[in-house]
Design a protein around this ligand. Structure first.
Ligand SMILES: *Cc1c(COP(=O)(O)O)cnc(C)c1O
Length: 343
């Protein structure tokens, strides 16, 4: 199956918006082409629609080509774009496992695309055959989240690769939490799987959730469609500059933060397991723990009353009586444990 056959017809023949400055960027001395104000440099100018400077750095950082990168307003933007590029409303469908990240379904609902969910095994492991069995000739996309939110576990590479090999549509691997996992990214496989899209983000390990900057990586011809469909100026100047600066000068600080979070994760899990209200702390490859307690609603509420907010996943498939708890600083984790001991 080649990519062109997977693209919606209106997108395949779309004539994209052409930005005023594409041709002359940085080469002229007077710009009177975009109805910008001449005052308040540099904020008066529209930002680079292709984020070239940022992509140069990301390409080096991730060891991919610039043409394999799409920079988004968070990774939620490429999730939505995937529907708009590949999925015909009211006729195509996508398949994902459950429980998983809620935005895949929300974006499906917004785009009027059928969302098919296949449960993970009770230990949250992936059954590729079951996922593949849920696909049909209208399935354009499979969403895989690894490490998965909210269960926290990496999916086995043998199962992921089975899907990458056998599924003829687009396979998305959401690696929002990959920096916390002891496993290689699928970015190393970008040239081997022409229908794979890998999502990463600056929101978690890089600690820039407020900046709204996410990444999609894929073959050049897929990235070209992202560029065609996205808003021209989808990442603002302040965000582009801030992320650029963090990559240039603060990579070691980010690594140190990841090490700190990882050094907190195991002791926190152990301490939680010792509490009588805790039934299971699931193994985590991410910066959070999924914790089964004896009464999630009551404990969640009691924590709120003590001014501590966790994520109640009680009503999510396979997550009955589970709270999702982010690993915080040593001090925050201690505060949490102290509060739980009083419940
Ligand atoms: C947090 C998260 C994201 C990040 O979304 P952004 O829009 O980049 O902030 C993506 N996928 C998953 C599974 C997440 O948990």
């Amino acid at each position: 199956m080649n990519i062109e056959q997977l693209i919606r017809k209106n997108i395949a023949c779309l004539k994209p918006y052409s930005c005023a400055r594409d041709e002359f960027k940085g080469r002229a001395s007077v710009y009177l082409d975009a109805n910008e104000s001449p005052f308040n440099e540099p904020f008066n100018r529209y930002p680079d629609p292709m984020q070239s400077e940022l992509k140069t750095l990301v390409a080096k950082l991730k060891n991919v080509r610039e043409s394999q990168i799409m920079v988004g307003n968070g990774s939620d933007e490429p999730i939505d774009l995937i529907y708009r590029i590949f999925c015909e409303p009211y006729s195509d469908n996508v398949v994902a496992f459950e429980p998983t990240y809620g935005m895949y379904q929300v974006a499906a609902d917004i785009n009027a695309v059928e969302y098919r969910k296949v449960p993970l095994r009770p230990d949250f492991s992936l059954d590729a055959d079951r996922l593949l069995a849920a696909t049909d000739e209208h399935t354009k996309v499979i969403f895989l989240c690894s490490p998965n939110n909210p269960s926290g576990n990496l999916m086995r590479s043998s199962e992921i690769e089975k899907i990458l090999r056998q599924f003829q549509g687009i396979t998305v691997i959401d690696e929002a939490y990959i920096d916390f996992a002891d496993a290689p990214s699928y970015l190393t496989q970008l040239d081997n799987y022409p229908r794979m899209i890998v999502l990463q983000t600056f929101s978690k390990a890089w600690a820039m959730a407020s900046v709204r900057c996410g990444l999609a990586f894929a073959a050049e011809n897929i990235i070209a469609y992202f560029n065609k469909v996205k808003y021209p100026y989808n990442v603002n100047l302040l965000s582009q500059h801030f992320v650029l600066e963090r990559i240039k000068n603060h990579q070691e600080e980010k690594n140190e933060w990841v090490r700190k979070i990882l050094s907190e994760r195991q002791p926190l899990a152990d301490a939680l397991r010792r509490l009588p209200i805790v039934e299971t702390v699931y193994p985590s490859d991410a910066n959070f723990l999924l914790v089964k307690v004896n009464d999630a609603n009551r404990i969640y509420q009691s924590l709120v009353e003590q001014s501590i907010i966790t994520r109640n996943r009680n009503s999510v498939a396979l997550c009955g009586n589970c709270l999702r708890i982010t690993v915080g600083t040593a001090k925050e984790n201690k505060t949490l444990l102290k509060a739980l001991k009083t419940i």
